[in-house]
Structure formats: C-alpha cells, structure tokens
Design a protein around this ligand. Sequence first.
Ligand SMILES: *Cc1c(COP(=O)(O)O)cnc(C)c1O
Length: 756
Amino acid sequence: MNTKINKINDIISKFNIENVLTDSRSLINAERSIFFALKTATNDGHLYIKELQAQGVKAFVVARIPDGIDADGSEFVIVEDVLAALQELAADRRNNLPDSTKFIAVAGFGGKTIIKEWLSEALGRQYRTARSPRSYNSQLGVALSLMKIQSEAEMAVIECGISQSGEMERLEKMVHPEMVIISGIDSEKGDFASLDEKIEQTLLLAREAKVIVYPAELDDAVSRFVPERVLKISVNIPPDADWIERDRLLTSEALRYLKVELPQEIVRPLETRLNVSQGVNNCLIISDRFSCHSDSLPSALDFMRRRKSEGLKMTLILDELKGEEYTEEIDALIDNAGIERVIAIGKDFKTGEEMLEALSLSDFSREMILAKGERGGAVDRLAETLQLRHHETVLEVNLDSVIYNFNHYRAMLRPETGMVAMVKASGYGAGAFELARTLQSHGAAYLAVAVVDEGEELRRAGITMPIMALNPKVTNYDSLFANRLEPEVFSFDMLDEIIREGEKRGIMAYPIHVKFDTGMHRLGFLRENISDLCIRLKETDVVKVESVFSHLATADCLDMDDYTFGQLKLFTDICEEMYRGLGYRFKRHILNSAGIARFPEYQFDMVRLGIGLYGVDTLGIPETSGLKQVSSLRSIIISLKDWPSGTSIGYSRRTILSHDATVATVPVGYADGLDRHLGNGKGKVWINGKECPIVGNICMDACMIDVTGADAKVGDSVEFFGPNLPVDFMSDALGTIPYEILTSVSPRVKRVYFRE
Ligand SMILES: *Cc1c(COP(=O)(O)O)cnc(C)c1O
C-alpha cells in the first residue's frame, strides 16, 4: 500500500476526521475536516488553505505548500496529484469494507441517475443500501460517494459518469463493481475519438464484474468488449418506449437478478435539480424535489450554504423522510450547516396538512428557504405559494434558458470564435446585470450595450469582462474611459472627438470598434472613407482599432439572400483594405443571431448574438428550432365574475359578451407594457392550459380575460407570453416584431430570475 495513503489514513484517525472537503465554501465542522486542494480549469484549492487554517482546519492534502503558509500546527501531506490521492484513498476505503457489501455501478449517457435512485429505493426496502448522492458521478463525485459509505452497508449503488477516454478506467479501479447497469449510449461521439471508443470506454466498467445489464441495442458491442465470463443480461426495449419505460425495464431486470421486486410507486420521473426563485417578503426559495432521504440532505444543504447571503436567515422546511426516522444525527447535520430555523414534518408538525394550515406568507420574511419535499407534497406546495410570481405581476427570466441558447449558437461556430452577447436595452428587457453575470461565467467574449450609462451600471455591479458601447453619443468621456467601455466609432466627427478627449487625459491605445455601413444605411463609414480613415488612425496613438464590424439588414429575410451576400462580400473586402491600410490585425464581425444560423461561414473572429440568446426564433428553420424562451410575463387572477350574454366589459363598452361568460380581472395594464391594441379579443393569455381572450379595452393597470371553461380560480397564474405562448403570438397580433414586445415591458414590472 502506498505510504502517502497510509499517512492520510493515520491523520484521519488521529483527528477523528468525518468530512472530506474539496470546496472551501462547503466547510462545516472544521476540526473534523480534511481538505484536498484540487486544481481545476477555473480554480485552485491551494489558494484557500490560509483561510481554512484560520477557520480551524488542520489536515491538508496538497501538491505543494504555497508561500506564506505556516505549516506548524497543521498536518500537510504532499502528493503529486491531489485528485489521484483522493481516488486512491476512496479505493482503499472501498476495499476495506466487508466482502458482504455488494457494489452495483450504473453508467451510460442519459437515465443513470434515475436507475440508480429507483434501484437503491427498491433495494433499500430489503437491505441496508448506500447510494451516491444526487448525481455525484464524476471523478471527484465517485470518490466522495465511496468515502461516505458506512461499513454496515449491504448494498452500495454508485453512479459513474465519464466524458472522455481514460476516465472509466479510474472509476472502475475505485468502484470495482460486481454488477454493472448501462442505461444506454447515444450516437454522439462527444469528446471521444469515435463512437466505438465511447462504447468501449463505457463498458470498461464491467471488466471485472460478475454481471452486466444493458439495452439490447448494445448486444454487439457487449459481446466485443466485455469479457466472456461476465454474465450478460440483454434487455429488449420496445421501439416506442419512452425514457421512463426504458429505465423501468432496465431497473427491473437488474432487480430480478438480485431477486428484489420493483415497487410500482417508485417508478416516476425524478427531479434532480434544485430550483432557485425569488419569494415573497424578500425571501429566496430553493426548492428540492429530489427524493426525500437523509442521504440527499447534505448536498442540498451545501448548495444552500454556498448561496448564503448577508441579511437572509437560513431556514429549512423538510418533508417527512421516506421510510426513515428523524434522528439526532439529522439534527446535528442541520445544525452544522448553519440552519437557524427548521420546520420539519414528522417533528414540528404531525402532517403536511397541519403545517399548511398553521403557516401563512407572513410567517416568512428575509429568509433563504430550502424546501425539501417531493413534487405535490405539502412542502412543495408551500414552496410554490411562497414564490413571488404567484402574488405579483412579474417578468420571469429563466437564466438556464439563456445558457442553453448561448450554447446552442456556440455549437454552430468554431470554438475560437468570440461571442458578443447583446445586452442592450436592458438585456432586451430581461435586465442586463443578471444576464451579464451569467454570460460572464459561461464564456462570452464581450458584452454589448447601447449607451454608456448601461455599461457604467454593469461595471458598478461588478461585471469585469470587456464591454462595447454601440451607440455612444458620448457626453461623459470620464465615465467611458474610467469604466473601460469600448465605443463604436462610426464617423470622422466621432473619431476626432474621442482622440481629442483621450489626448486631454493622456490615454494611449484605447480600444475602439470601427463600424462600416455595408447596406443597412444607418450608421458607419463607407468603403470610400478607408484611406482617409487609415491616415487619421495612423497619426494617433490615442486609439487602437480593436475590431472592424458591420451589421446585416436582411439576415432574417429568407428571400433577400442576394442582398445579404452583397453585404458579406463588401465587408470581406473592407476588412482586407483596412488591414492593408492600418498594418495591424483587428477582430472582424458582422453576424447577428439570424446571420449565425444562416451564414456561419462568415463568422470571422466574432459574432453578435442578440434575440437568439433570449430564445426567440425569428427564422423558423431547423438550425433555430428548440431555442428556449427566456422571458415570461406572468400575473395572477385577482377577481372572477360570471356575466350573462349581452353584458358589456370595460371602458366605452367595446366588448359585449356574446355568451354567458366567466370573466377574470388581472392586474396588468398598458402601464405595464401591455399594448392597448390587444384588447377586445385581439390578444390572448394562457390560463390552466387554455388560451383565453382578453376582453374589453385594456385599462392602465388591469385587463379582463374571458376564462369561460378554463376552470379558473382567484390566484391562478396567467401567462401573457412565455413557454406556452411564444412572444411572436403577441407580436403577430400587433403586426410588430418580438424585439418590440420584449423591450416594452415596463420597468415597474419586477424582474424575477430563475435558475437551476
Ligand atoms: C442589436 C444588434 C445585434 C443583435 O441582433 P439580433 O438580431 O438581436 O441578433 C447585432 N449587432 C448590432 C450592431 C445590433 O445593434
């Protein structure tokens, strides 16, 4: 046995270590923690050692002891590769468990978390069963899962995920499963050299196993790659089976081998994500609908602690634990996580109904609330009611959809092409700051705003990435320079002004973006200006051309490609001439959202993504299908009345009901940005799965909806546009474009951000 691992084991027993810590933000119980200083693409654990020492951590596994660290009083084990050391430790831990613990590993692409959960749920009714938490399936996640397994466990179900060659070999060494279940392997090769390699690598997990369970479509691969002595259970999946049916068949075959039944009630979709949303009275709600077990509690508590913010009390609302008693250990866990208020069913309230009756909205204020309970249960229902969007008119912005759309476009481009994310007009109405923060962390190259003030606000909010300001009639050069906002320059006047202002302040090589008009006929230099422009630019060292760009007028007009190609060709020539004139390279960009989807061969060095980022498909071509709408305008019904046919609704009696109707009043009016032309049947909203017309004239702060047949109640949610009612429905009804709808939602409507 490796001496380093022995040494770590000695430290673990010496300090009575209970926690393996790999992220300093997850620290609880410092004295009983050992910190592994991992280095990832974006972070380095070694940077946090000092801080952790100050908080009382005494044991560290590191690749080096950084300068300025006082090693006295702490135990440091220096290893070559910190992750590998953790993995060896995990393997050692696994090997020292009694032989009676059976290891089952689930791998594959899609569905493995569900199979792991169903399997452990079913096994748990007969055996003491350990499972990897949530989807802890990576090189690190698997090691951490193994470290948590207690010696009493009779079964251990471990999820194993890989994304490139070499990873499964390491996982297999750690887990060394007796039984392997493969959920399936899709036909994308991903980061593997080939699809064949991806399959071979996945199946490595079974090389020392006794039995493998897999879908029959892998018959051929399994016979090629899995050793002969391994028992092979091939499962036929009917071609029309949905994913639930598929996972159910695989799980029950695995269980049949283990002589355990799959209880029907277990088979249901599983929610593995945590949703964060704004709540009433300045609360923040984290809802966790994952199966309610004490072993899924630590990761949820950890997720919460990382979002801890000043002034918010930490509250946990916990549903009844499934098939478990509420123990002192659970109390200690909750306590250690820094939870200040606990509401537990089975402890503080006998039943969920009792809790729902006892608590109301006013019982919560300035709290970060982790609500853990399965969909539809009492805790989930309480969490729903606490969400702000159920009480006010809001523009709900789904940041996950932003990331999804961003990646959707990124996949159409070369990896090195820069993405400029257009967050002008307050992020097309969605609010620039939250979007900027999201995009900054997902690899956008630039943000683009329309005016200097918008850029200044982003800087003040802590956005550090490059920002270009696209329409800067600059009145405040101090702010422009101080905030490092890079202006678009579209005329000689403007160029002269920025040079003059820069000279005054002794500025050198300030980045500017030179715009050419190639056919939009709005702003920009013309081709014939190039020689004068280059002369002017070469005389000064105040500014430096960071990029040259232009804008397409007809990228989304499928019948005007000749015009677009004319622009693209002219731009190509302009860039050549500018390069010859200036003598140095600059970035080039011309494509907007529609341009990226249609003319990716003209991506040059960067592209400017606007409307597509917000999930609006203006083209209706395959490349842009599947985008996710980011913004939803929602409100609630505040009043309901039945009226007989012939009744008039609203100002000036412009709607006379032609049938007996139920009419709802909703607090959204033209002052919220709801165009008055949508009244009297022209616009519609979505209530309880049904499209309902707006009736009567729209008022300043309210409108009326014919909800006949929608089974509506006061308090029901009303969607004006969103996932069920794409914004183009509304823009079409008004004869305008989605851009105008999105940017017209009034600032008085609260923006509520949502992410998973
Ligand atoms: C708004 C804008 C874009 C983005 O256009 P979309 O059609 O929303 O993708 C790109 N470039 C410039 C100059 C813009 O003003």
